[in-house]
Design a protein around this ligand. Structure first.
Ligand code: IPE
Ligand code: IPE
Ligand code: MG
Length: 230
C-alpha cells in the first residue's frame, strides 16, 4: 500500500453532529477534538509525514463570537494536554495561517508548543489557523514585492507561502458530505487527490482514514501525463 506523504483534512461537521443530538455547537467541537487525537495517533502509526488539519479559516470569523472564542479556548487546552504525548511520540507541531490575529494567550500556547517540539523528527502535525488560501497567496505576493524581487517562478514562490519546505498534499479529505475546498490550500492542491465522505468529523475514526488511503491507492495520478506516477 502506498502511504500518502501528506494528508490534509477539512474537518467539517462538528456543528451538525451536535445539533442532531440537541447539543451546543461547542459540544460538537469538543467531540471533534477526540477525533483529532485519534487521527493524529493513527497518522503516526501509519507513517504519514505531514498531517494538515484545517481548524479555523479566515472566513470562520463570521461565526458568533462565543463560538469563535470557544474554538480558541479548546485549542489552547488541547495543546496543553497533548504536548507531553507529542514529545513522547517525536511529533512536531507547525501552524499555517496568520496566528497573530488570535487571542494573545492562545498565541503564547501555540508558540510554546512549536518551540518545545521543534527538534522532533517524526510526524508533522500542521494546524491551519486563521488560514485562507487567498490570504496566503496575497501575503506571499506582498513579501515578494517588499523584497524587491522583479521576477518569480513557481519554485521560488513556494518559499513565500506558509507551507514552505513541506510537500504538497497527496490526499485531501473532507468530512460531512460537502464538495468544496473552502479556501483551503489553493496553491498546494493543484494535483491533490480529493476524497469526501458523508461521515461527520466527530464520527470519523481510524478505519475511515484507512478507507480514504485505500481509495487513494485506487486512483491513477497522472500529473497531466499518460502514465500513473507512483
Ligand atoms: C468544524 O465543523 C469546522 C470548524 C470550522 C471548526 P463546523 O463547525 O463547520 O460544523 P458544521 O459544518 O456546522 O456541521
Ligand atoms: C471549512 O469548514 C473550514 C474548516 C474546517 C476549519 P466550514 O464549515 O467553515 O466551510 P463552509 O463555510 O461550509 O464552506
Ligand atoms: Mg462546516
Amino acid at each position: 500500500m502506498d502511504i500518502p506523504k501528506h494528508i490534509a483534512i477539512i474537518m467539517d461537521g462538528n456543528g451538525r453532529w451536535a445539533v442532531k443530538r440537541s447539543l451546543s455547537r461547542i459540544a460538537g467541537h469538543k467531540e471533534g477534538i477526540k477525533t483529532v487525537e485519534e487521527i493524529i495517533k493513527a497518522s503516526n502509526e501509519i507513517g504519514i509525514t505531514v498531517l494538515t488539519l484545517y481548524a479555523f479559516s479566515t472566513e470562520n470569523w463570521a461565526r458568533p463570537l462565543a463560538e469563535v472564542k470557544g474554538l480558541f479556548s479548546l485549542l489552547k487546552f488541547f495543546l496543553r494536554k497533548k504536548i507531553k504525548e507529542f514529545q513522547k511520540n517525536n511529533i512536531k507541531l507547525k501552524t499555517i495561517g496568520n496566528i497573530s490575529k488570535l487571542p494573545a494567550d492562545v498565541v503564547k500556547e501555540i508558540k510554546s508548543a512549536i518551540k518545545i517540539t521543534s527538534e522532533n523528527t517524526g510526524l508533522i502535525v500542521n494546524i491551519a489557523l486563521n488560514y485562507g488560501g487567498r490570504q496566503e497567496i496575497i501575503e506571499a505576493i506582498n513579501k515578494i514585492l517588499e523584497s524587491g524581487i522583479k521576477n518569480i517562478d513557481e519554485k521560488n514562490f513556494e518559499k513565500y507561502i506558509y507551507t514552505a519546505g513541506l510537500p504538497d498534499p497527496d490526499l485531501i479529505i473532507r468530512t460531512s458530505g460537502e464538495y468544496r475546498i473552502s479556501n483551503f490550500l489553493m496553491w498546494q492542491s493543484a494535483y491533490s487527490e480529493f476524497y469526501t465522505t458523508n461521515i461527520l468529523w466527530p464520527d470519523f475514526k481510524k478505519k475511515d482514514l484507512l478507507d480514504a488511503i485505500s481509495e487513494y491507492n485506487r486512483r491513477n495520478r497522472r500529473f497531466g501525463g499518460l502514465e500513473h506516477v507512483k
